[in-house]
Ligand binder design. Structure first.
Ligand SMILES: *Cc1c(COP(=O)(O)O)cnc(C)c1O
Length: 522
């Protein structure tokens, strides 16, 4: 039997796939799973709740008369439903997750264990501060690591995602401008920026002025400098940028922003490539969010949780949002109100209720302490090494627009290798699902055609990278051989086949309506 490099039966040896219609509708251990509302039956419940006698009068005629329509299921039915759904998911715990820009890396279980210690996991944000001194000390220690790693004097801990951190940074910049009595209206954003950058600038009330990229994947620094004038509030740059490249002229751009009286915002979501190697403060950065859920290894995706602390330069530190964490001699104190501000503090407001994502703070400091300063540096170096290994191993078959390298922690490919094959980036990504991989990030950044952005992270072994490279090379060769049916119909093996994305975008079904499940024939 022909074997592939990993000693598994190769595709050539695979038996032809039979579409066996099973009696149950399930395929082996792949269960077909209806919505929980379709599974539920009226009158069924997993718990016994005593009949409650409500006095109708107290609800003033607002009492519900019709059934509420919640699904009725027993406890094991609910458990099975969610376990079956979870088995349709891909996860970093299931395999390599090459989604560029997202840093899907292994989350050491130690971090979770620490976050669940009852002294952290069971405290309440409204508890008296003298009862949570340990938790405050942990936040303070994390702040010390973040400011030390970035070379910045201050950090706002409360933002709950990268995009939320961007908003915090820009509102801080707005407050600093207001304090100077200046109403600058423009933010310069490179065309390769993550979509959240222009969205945040617009939300914060600025106009977005887009700066083009050069042919080598960097921001066009000359075009950027030409746009600088007294109306520019800030430059908002990502470094390493979303083409996976370090912006070599970053210091010059920061200086230029300062020269015209503006600020320099850096999107630090890609800190995983440089932590322990470069301090953004030394590059002239005034504000930068750090995605704890990317660089510092909290499991993420599907909407959260996230944490986006924002480090601030001396020019912006005074405007950081509430709450502020202060050392009062022996005790730590969260300052929540303007009446109690320390001298010089001029917070612009606050980003959210309470103090930030405590569980993620514990996870991040646990990650930092268990790695140590040298380990954090090595993680960045290994992340960059992994990405360069992928770039070097694929670029003869998968076109890489900036393939001369080196890249930072992400390898960027485009779709020119697919030209004439009839296969698109989307088709290619769907075929990866059949091979057991979550696809890479597609069609982002927008500055290259049919982009495929791969971020392997430092947590993959060489064996795991080799297997991925083997599959990617195989798929690229099949695409070039114009084996279109392999791609056009993909995914063949996923719980759901290819969706009609145009129809889904144009005519989204936003509301579920009850329909009867097919009854078994009598
Ligand atoms: C992930 C990411 C963001 C946004 O972070 P969220 O936590 O998803 O809001 C911003 N910029 C870049 C470059 C990113 O990769």
């Amino acid at each position: 039997m022909p074997m592939n490099a990993q000693g598994r039966p190769s595709a050539a040896a695979a038996v032809e796939r039979v579409d066996l219609a099973t009696i149950s509708g399930d395929r082996g251990l792949d269960h077909e799973e209806p919505l929980i509302f379709e599974l539920g039956r009226e009158g069924v419940t997993g718990v016994d709740i005593p009949e409650v006698q409500l006095s109708a009068a107290r609800l003033d005629g607002q009492r519900r008369c019709a059934p509420i329509g919640l699904p009725g299921l027993s406890e094991p039915e609910v458990v099975r439903h969610y376990v079956r759904l979870s088995r349709m998911n891909y996860a970093i715990d299931a395999g390599l997750y090459p989604l560029g820009s997202c840093t899907m890396k292994h989350n050491p279980r130690l971090n979770e264990k620490m976050a669940r210690l009852s002294g952290f996991g069971d405290i309440h944000p409204l508890q008296p501060q003298q009862t949570v001194q340990g938790a405050l000390a942990l936040i303070s220690e994390l702040m010390r690591w973040l400011t030390t790693l970035t070379g910045m004097p201050a950090v706002a801990m409360s933002p709950k995602a990268g995009a939320h951190g961007e908003l915090c940074g820009l509102l801080t910049i707005r407050a600093a401008l207001d304090a100077r009595g200046e109403n600058r209206t423009r933010i310069l954003v490179p065309s390769s920026a993550h979509g959240t950058n222009p969205a945040t600038a617009a939300l914060a009330g600025f106009t977005v002025d887009e700066v083009p990229a050069t042919d080598d994947g960097h921001v066009d620094a000359d075009a950027l400098e030409a746009k600088l004038d007294a109306d520019v509030a800030a430059i908002m740059l990502t470094n390493p940028n979303t083409c996976g490249l370090f912006e070599p002229r970053i210091k010059e751009l920061a200086d230029a922003a300062h020269k015209i009286g503006g600020y320099f915002y850096c999107d630090g979501a890609n800190f995983n490539a440089i932590a322990g190697r470069v301090r953004p403060g030394d590059l002239g950065v005034d504000a930068m969010h750090i995605n704890l859920h990317k660089t510092f290894s909290t499991p993420h995706g599907g909407g959260g949780p996230g944490a986006g602390p924002v480090v601030l330069s001396a020019a912006l530190a005074a405007y950081a949002p509430l709450p502020l964490l202060m050392h009062d001699g022996e005790r730590l104190r969260l300052v929540e109100e303007r009446g109690a501000l320390p001298a010089g503090a001029k917070p612009f407001g606050r980003m959210c209720a309470f103090h930030g994502q405590m569980g993620m703070f514990v996870g991040a400091i646990s990650y930092m302490l268990s790695h140590g300063a040298d380990g954090i540096r090595q993680a960045s170096e290994d992340a960059v090494l992994s990405a360069n290994y992928i770039l070097a191993s694929l670029k003869d078959v998968v076109s890489a627009p900036f393939g001369d390298g080196p890249c930072m922690h992400e390898a960027l490919f485009d779709d020119s290798f697919l030209q004439g094959s009839g296969v698109t980036t989307l088709d290619f990504a769907k075929a990866m699902i059949d091979e057991g991989y979550h696809p890479m990030t597609m069609y982002f950044p927008l500055v290259v055609h049919g982009a495929m952005l791969i971020e392997p992270t430092e947590s993959e072994s060489k064996e795991s990278l080799d297997r991925f490279i083997h599959v990617m090379r195989g798929l690229a060769e099949e695409a070039k051989a114009a084996k279109r049916e392999r791609f056009e119909g993909a995914p063949y093996y996923a719980p759901r086949r290819r969706l009609d994305e145009t129809l889904a975008a144009r005519k989204p079904v936003l509301r579920w309506r009850r329909r009867e499940l097919p009854q078994a024939a009598e």
